[in-house]
Design a binder for this molecule. Structure first.
Ligand code: NAG
Length: 291
């Protein structure tokens, strides 16, 4: 079949197989975007997940709708008949997709027979529809902790991808590359190292926990202002600790200035001084700590 005039003026809505094949080859040959394919695989998995969620919702809804609450033999028999009936399946399938959701309707249409097969023959043996349908049968998803076309283990292992300190790219889908995006406290390929401004408070074969350095530090080796690598701005090294300049012994009183961000207690009614005995005095006159 060529692109020439069709013998019949029949439905022209479907492109011919040849045209599709040519397009597919062109797409494969010309476009290197593995990312595009990966994105489509991710989308396919989330579509499938959505379908299964709606299926389970449909199961719950139809269970309620048809349960009279009674317990007669007649009811039990009718109920158990309905339970696995085609009527119930049709009811559920009708509500799997919003009409505007093209991907979803497409997927359901394409695999309706599989869903029927599962409903009538396989659901006892494979009660987890998501696993049977999305992962094992149409192969658009992967088990949690795995990614990509072959469901390989995420970086850091499938048990706890990224050591529980980040997100594995493509986790649970046929897309992605398994690499980690770490939470802000962590860094490195496996999210085991601490970001700057954090120190390692626990590290063993499987776990790594990083904790924020004290506010007085710029980088630290442990907890508290004694473990600073260097002092943060506004802090000075004193007695092996980083101390708030305003509380430094270099001054004979301790200052707290709520009024400004700077070390300048301007003539604000909220600026005050606490002396070494703890006595609080509101400062009435302009005061400059930098002097
Ligand atoms: C590593 O630390 C975690 C968190 O405290 C703990 O649950 C786990 O058992 C530890 N593993 C080993 C091998 O010590």
């Amino acid at each position: 079949m060529g692109p020439g005039p069709s013998p019949r003026p029949g439905p022209a809505r479907r492109p011919s197989r040849v045209a599709l094949a040519v397009l597919l080859c062109a797409a494969l040959l010309l476009s290197p975007p593995v990312r595009g394919a990966g994105e489509r695989r991710r989308l396919a998995c989330s579509t499938c997940r959505g379908i299964v969620d709606r299926f389970n919702q449909g199961l719950a809804d139809t269970a309620k709708k048809n349960f009279g609450g009674g317990n007669t033999a007649w009811e039990e028999k009718t109920l158990s008949k309905y339970e696995s009936s085609e009527i119930r399946l049709v009811e559920i399938i009708e509500n799997l997709c919003d009409s505007s959701n093209f991907e979803c309707n497409n997927m359901v249409e394409e695999h309706e027979e599989l869903i029927e097969k599962w409903w009538f023959k396989l659901k006892k043996k494979y009660p987890d529809l998501f696993k049977w349908f999305c992962i094992e049968t149409i192969e658009v998803c992967c088990p949690a902790g795995t990614y990509g076309p072959d469901c390989l283990a995420c970086h850091g292992g499938s048990e706890r991808p990224c050591h529980g300190n980040g997100h594995c790219d493509g986790d649970g889908t046929r897309g992605g590359d398994g690499s980690c995006s770490c939470k802000k406290e962590y860094t490195g390929q496996f999210c085991l190292d601490c970001s700057s401004g954090y120190f390692s408070s626990l590290r063993n074969e499987t776990h790594s926990v990083c904790t924020a350095c004290d506010a007085s530090c710029t980088g630290c080796t442990g907890e508290g202002s004694e473990k600073c690598k260097t002092c943060a701005s506004g802090y000075v090294k004193e007695d092996e600790k980083c101390t708030d300049r305003r509380l430094s012994k270099a001054l004979d009183v301790k200052f707290v200035c709520f009024a400004t961000q700077h070390y300048r207690c301007a003539d604000s009614p909220r600026a005050f001084v606490i002396d070494t005995q703890g006595k609080k005095t509101v400062i009435a006159t302009p005061f400059d700590l930098d002097q």
